[in-house]
Ligand binder design. Structure first.
Ligand code: IMP
Length: 176
């Protein structure tokens, strides 16, 4: 079955939004040197663009990985950390968790709990996309790019069945 990709967010809109988010972060992290922690794999392109757009000196960039959807468009009930990081990376540091999309909130909430357990000086969440329609766990998004409707989206680092991460814009998938 061929998936049909429907344009949702253009390259130009993404670029303008990444600039806006980096300005918000630069304003809030003036005189600080935060650590960016990206959630693999979906955040890798967003994090790379965000980091290059920020003027604030970033003291470290790290990644964590949680269990994923596999090849299904239905979220499983639980996330688990499958690649963490060491405590000294987090303890006493200003951490910005960078996520591609907050859907049910389970992945992000698990990641926030994990990072909080290592006692950061501060912990904030920067997410490119928010899909509030499917939220199961409350999550506060401190820096948000776009709110999207309840569609399965791909592109700009976000995949379906490992594909479409390379697309420079964001689409939703029609599978019928
Ligand atoms: P949550 O745990 O349901 O909030 O899902 C978070 C993770 O699921 C994201 O980091 C994505 O990797 C993946 N995800 C959620 N919605 C989508 C989507 O529409 N397209 C592709 N991946 C998604």
């Amino acid at each position: 079955m061929e998936a049909k990709l429907v344009p949702l967010i253009s390259q130009a809109e993404i670029s303008a939004t990444v600039s806006r988010l980096s300005q918000e972060l630069d304003r809030d992290y003036r005189h600080r040197s935060p650590v960016l922690v990206g959630i693999l794999k979906g955040s890798f392109i967003f994090l790379a663009d965000l980091a290059r757009s920020m003027q604030t000196p970033i003291s470290n960039i790290e990644f964590i990985r949680l269990s994923s959807y596999g090849s299904s468009t239905v979220s499983p009930g639980k996330a688990s950390i499958i690649m963490g990081l060491s405590e000294e990376v987090v303890k006493g540091h200003d951490i910005i968790l960078v996520e591609d999309i907050v859907d049910t909130g389970i992945t992000t909430a698990t990641a926030l709990d994990f990072l909080n357990s290592y006692q950061p000086a501060s912990l904030k969440l920067c997410a490119l996309l928010d899909k509030p329609a499917r939220r199961k766990v409350p999550v506060t998004i401190d820096y948000l790019g776009f709110t999207v409707p309840d569609h399965f989206v791909v592109g700009y680092g976000i995949d379906f069945d490992c594909k479409y991460r390379q697309l420079p814009a964001i689409y939703y998938i029609l599978t019928e």
